[in-house]
Design a protein around this ligand. Structure first.
Ligand SMILES: C[S@@+](CC[C@H](N)C(=O)[O-])C[C@H]1O[C@@H](n2cnc3c(N)ncnc32)[C@H](O)[C@@H]1O
Length: 298
């Protein structure tokens, strides 16, 4: 039983954790606090206790809050070092594969990551007789996917892009008093967006295996069974000799199978990966197999 004035932010986070298995305590506290306060202000709710009551009685509110907290934290070329690694070491290998390459951005939010990958693959053209890579962007948030599909971004959102990237892969469109940048059709055509929940789906989108799976800053939200299910699906979906790319603070059980040991330069890491100790980017040694075993943590 909670009493007026005693309910804390942690109580709200615990409520969400109990009901959805999503652990927001592992996210940046400042961001979480700001988003919750913003929502409370919007709803004219003044105490955590009242907001907790609302969350207990409304799963729509929990969904809405979750989407506000877990979204918006993406960007084109987020953690640029990761994308340099992909551009220099991973994409050339995939570009040499004699068939259509398959890529999955799992938990893609507004689509920046999926389009970043598409731009990198577009740079690696020509694809000759082969079809260009097929890139899936999936998320549990239908509204975010709609925006991703539209592929229209504000000037601020395009800030991480170079002038050349902006000119080549976007076209400016007037929008009221301002301008938005739309991903060009050639790049949009490489990406398919779909609703997909990593914690409940039995298969990756479209089925089959992927040569590169980017699942960044998604697994951190989960603990326990939901985390295990999501990480198992992610691992099972990487093709033999395929690549897995996680966020800077993420780890999957069985990561050794991916040839990556975060923070252990002498571990069985790929030469290309060693210098990127802070990021889990690894080549799947087995691939397409389950990884239910819990690996060494970060
Ligand atoms: C912080 S964003 C990360 C976006 C992008 N991957 C990046 O690193 O910039 C987390 C995204 O994961 C999505 N997400 C959370 N749980 C998910 C799940 N069970 N299945 C698929 N996507 C999920 C959220 O909706 C959100 O769009």
């Amino acid at each position: 039983m909670q009493h007026e004035g005693v309910v804390t932010l942690e109580d709200l986070l615990d409520q969400i954790h109990r009901h959805r298995g999503i652990n927001l305590r592992s996210c940046g506290r400042e961001v979480v606090e700001r988003r919750i306060h913003g929502r409370m202000r919007q709803m004219r709710i003044e105490s955590y206790e009242s907001y907790l009551r609302l969350l207990e009685g409304s799963s729509d509110e929990v969904d809405y809050l979750l989407s506000r907290i877990t979204l918006q934290a993406s960007a084109f070329f987020r953690n640029p070092a990761v994308f340099s690694l992909l551009r220099e070491r991973v994409i050339p290998k995939l570009a040499a594969v004699d068939r259509q390459v398959r890529v999955w951005s799992a938990g893609c939010g507004y689509g920046e990551e999926a389009y970043t990958l598409a731009m990198l693959f577009a740079e690696a053209e020509p694809w000759g007789e082969r079809a260009p890579p097929e890139i899936y962007g999936t998320d549990i948030d239908a509204r975010a996917l709609e925006m991703a599909e539209a592929g229209r971004y504000s000037k601020e959102a395009t800030a991480p892009l170079s002038a050349a990237q902006l000119t080549t892969y976007f076209s400016p469109e007037p929008d009221r008093q301002t301008v938005v940048y739309r991903v060009v059709d050639r790049v949009r055509a490489m990406v398919r967006f779909a609703l997909h929940d990593l914690t409940t789906a039995r298969e990756a989108p479209g089925g089959g295996l992927f040569d590169l799976v980017c699942c960044r800053n998604v697994l951190i939200f989960y603990t326990g069974e939901l985390h295990d299910r999501a990480q198992d699906l992610v691992c099972r979906s990487v093709a033999p000799r395929g690549y897995l790319c996680l966020g800077p603070t993420e780890w999957v059980g069985g990561s050794l199978r991916f040839g990556v040991r975060r923070g252990e330069p002498d571990g069985p890491a790929l030469p290309a990966v060693r210098q990127w100790g802070a990021f889990c980017v690894g080549e799947a040694i087995g691939g397409g197999r389950s990884c239910t075993a819990r690996g060494p943590g970060p």
